[in-house]
Write a protein that binds this ligand. Structure first.
Ligand code: ADP
Length: 519
C-alpha cells in the first residue's frame, strides 16, 4: 500500500521544514549580531536597539514603595511594590482586561481606562495612604505618588520619563498614539481625573525583567520576554551606542540598557526559515511584514502556526491525515487555537518530564506504516495519548470519539515541532547578545570563551518573563540545547537563566526608583 508511505513522506517533509539545522541557526545568530551593531549606530532600523536611559541594574539593596502600571500584553496590571532592600519585595496587584475595542479605538479612551484602573486600584487598596507615608526615598513635599510605567511596545525614548511610540504590536492599534509621548498621554489622563500620581519612569518590560532579576539575584545583563510577544534588553557600553551622538547621555559614558526590539529582527526575511504556514500567519496578521522574528517565537502566534499545520493535515490529499478530514468551528477560526493548548498537550505527553528534547517514541507514533492500536501500546503511552485526546476535544470542540489515538499523537508532534523551533530560534538572540557583550567569540565549532569576561568574570545572567518560558514544559531545555550548538557546552553551562519574578511590576518600581534618585 503506497498511502502510508506518501503520508510519511509528507510528514517527514514538514518535519524538515520546521526544524532549522545547525547552519541555519548559526547564520541567523551572526545576522542578528550584525543587525545589533547596525541598530546601535543608526536610528530607524526594524530591530530598533532603543536606548532606554536606564543606566545600570540594581544589586538587591534598594528600598522604597512605588506604583507600577503594566500595559503590553493580555492584561493590564496595576501594582504596588515594596522593595525591602534585601533582594525581597512584596507586591499587591490587580489585573484589568483590555478589550478589543480599547486596543483598537481612540488612544485617549485607552489612556483614560489606564487612569481609571489606577484610580480603582488606589481606592480598593487600603495601601493608598500607607503608600504616601512610606515614600522615604521620594520628595516628601510632593503629594504625588511616583509611578513606573511598563509599556511593552516599541518606544523611542529620549529620557527615562519620555518616549515616542514608534508603532503598535501584539494586536494593539489605538488611534492617535503613534508618534506621541506615551508618558504625556498617561500623565494627561491622570491629570484629567485629578489623580495625585506622577509617571516618573517609562520602562520597557524587557528592561523590567532585567532589573527585577538583578534585584532578586544581585546581577543580570539580559532581560527577555517569551510571552504574547518576544523581546530582549541588555546592558551595553554607552561608547558603543554611537547613534546617541550629542545626547548628554553619550558624554556621561558608563553603561545603558538597550531595548533591542528583537521581535522585529530580520523583517527583510534574509535568514529566517519561513514556511508557507508562517507566510499565512504573517499575511493574515494585522502587521504583515513586521515583527518577523516574533511571529516564529511568541505565544500570540505559535497556536496559530500549529492551527495552520493541523488544517493542512485535515485537508491533505489524496486522503485526510487528521481528524478524519473534519475541522471544527474552533479549528477553522483565526487564532482559534490558543498557545496554552500546546502547553497542555505537551504536559499531557511528558507528565512533567522534558519532552521537547525529542522523544523517539513521538516519531514512531506518527509513522503511518505502523498500526496504532490500543492493545499494542505501552500503558503509559496510552494514558498520555488519552489525556491529549481530552485536551484536543475540549479545546477544539471535537466530540468524544472523534479524536483518534493517531490524531492525538499527530497534534503532539505538530505542537512540539512548532515550539521546538521557537525555542531554538530564541537561542539565536541569546547567543547573538553573548557575542555582542563579549562572553564569546565565534559560533558553532569556532565558538570560544572570551579570554577576558565582561563585568568581572560574572556569568552571563538572564532574567526571563512570559508564559511560554514559564509554562511550556521543556522550553528552557531546548533553548539550552541550541545554545550548546551555537556557543559550545562550556559556555552554555555558564549561562544563568531564570524567571524574572513579577518582572514588569518590580522592574517599573526599580525604574521609578532610579528616576526619583535623579537618575
Ligand atoms: P503577556 O501578555 O504579558 O506577554 P504572558 O506572558 O502570560 O503575558 O503571555 C501570554 C501569552 O502566552 C498568550 O499568547 C497565551 O496564548 C500564551 N500562554 C498562556 N498560557 C500559556 C501556557 N500555559 N503555555 C504557553 N503559552 C501560554
Amino acid at each position: 500500500n503506497a498511502l502510508p508511505h506518501t503520508i510519511n513522506n509528507l510528514l517527514a517533509d514538514l518535519e524538515k521544514q520546521l526544524d532549522p539545522d545547525e547552519n541555519t541557526l548559526i547564520s541567523i545568530t551572526s545576522h542578528f549580531h550584525k543587525l545589533v551593531n547596525l541598530g546601535l549606530s543608526e536610528y530607524g532600523h526594524s530591530m530598533a536597539m532603543i536606548p532606554t536611559f536606564v543606566t545600570g541594574v540594581p544589586d538587591g539593596t534598594e528600598t522604597g514603595t512605588f506604583l507600577a502600571l503594566d500595559l503590553g500584553g493580555t492584561n493590564l496590571r496595576v501594582c504596588q511594590v515594596d522593595l525591602h532592600g534585601d533582594k525581597t519585595f512584596t507586591l499587591k496587584q490587580r489585573k484589568f482586561r483590555v478589550s478589543e475595542a480599547l486596543k483598537t479605538g481612540e488612544a485617549t479612551v485607552l489612556f483614560d481606562y489606564l487612569a481609571d484602573s489606577v484610580d480603582a486600584f488606589l481606592t480598593s487598596t487600603t495601601g493608598s495612604e500607607e503608600l504616601s507615608d512610606q515614600q522615604n526615598s521620594v520628595d516628601v513635599d510632593s503629594p504625588e505618588v511616583p509611578l513606573g510605567l511598563t509599556f511593552s511596545f516599541p518606544v523611542e525614548q529620549t529620557a527615562l520619563d519620555s518616549g515616542i511610540l514608534l508603532r503598535w504590536t501584539k494586536g494593539f492599534s489605538a488611534k492617535n498614539a503613534v508618534d506621541k509621548d506615551v508618558v504625556k498621554l498617561l500623565q494627561d489622563a491622570f491629570d484629567r481625573k485629578h489623580l495625585h500620581v506622577k509617571c516618573v519612569a517609562l520602562v520597557n518590560d524587557t528592561v523590567g525583567a532585567a532589573l527585577s532579576r538583578a534585584y532578586t539575584t544581585g546581577g543580570c545583563v539580559l532581560g527577555a520576554i517569551f510571552g504574547t510577544g518576544t523581546n530582549g534588553a541588555y546592558l551595553e557600553q554607552v561608547a558603543s551606542i554611537t547613534k546617541l551622538g550629542n545626547n548628554p547621555a553619550a558624554a556621561a559614558g558608563g553603561m545603558m540598557m538597550i531595548n533591542t526590539e528583537w521581535g522585529g529582527f530580520d523583517n527583510a526575511r534574509e535568514v529566517l526559515p519561513m514556511t508557507p504556514f508562517d507566510s499565512k500567519v504573517d499575511r493574515e496578521s494585522i502587521n504583515p511584514r513586521f515583527q518577523a522574528y516574533e511571529k516564529f517565537i511568541s505565544g500570540m502566534y505559535l497556536g496559530e502556526i500549529t492551527r495552520n499545520i493541523l488544517l493542512a493535515l485535515v485537508d491533505a490529499t489524496p486522503k485526510p491525515i487528521l481528524f478524519g478530514g473534519k475541522a471544527t468551528e474552533r479549528l477553522n477560526k483565526h487564532y482559534g487555537l490558543d498557545t496554552e493548548m500546546l502547553s497542555l498537550v505537551e504536559s499531557a505527553w511528558t507528565d512533567g518530564a522534558n519532552a521537547l528534547v525529542r522523544a523517539p517514541e513521538a516519531a514512531l507514533l506518527r509513522d503511518f506504516s505502523v498500526r496504532l492500536a490500543e492493545e499494542e501500546l505501552a500503558p503509559t503511552t496510552l494514558q498520555r495519548l488519552n489525556k491529549i485526546q481530552k485536551v484536543v476535544e475540549e479545546h477544539l470542540g471535537y466530540a468524544p470519539g472523534e479524536v483518534s489515538l493517531r490524531d492525538a499523537a499527530l497534534v503532539q508532534w505538530a505542537a512540539a515541532l512548532v515550539v521546538r523551533r521557537a525555542a531554538r530560534l530564541s537561542a539565536c538572540a541569546i547567543a547573538g547578545i553573548a557575542i555582542q557583550i563579549g562572553y564569546v567569540t565565534g559560533l558553532g565549532k569556532d565558538a570560544h570563551a572570551a579570554a577576558q569576561r565582561p563585568a568581572g568574570g560574572r556569568p552571563y545572567a538572564i532574567g526571563i518573563d512570559g508564559s511560554l518560558y514559564q509554562h511550556y514544559p521543556g522550553f528552557e531545555a531546548v533553548v539550552r540545547e541550541a545554545l550548546r550548538v551555537l556557543l559550545g557546552e562550556e559556555i552554555e553551562k555558564q549561562i544563568e537563566m531564570g524567571l524574572a519574578k513579577d518582572g514588569s511590576g518590580v522592574g517599573a518600581a526599580l525604574g521609578a526608583l532610579q528616576a526619583t534618585k535623579g537618575n
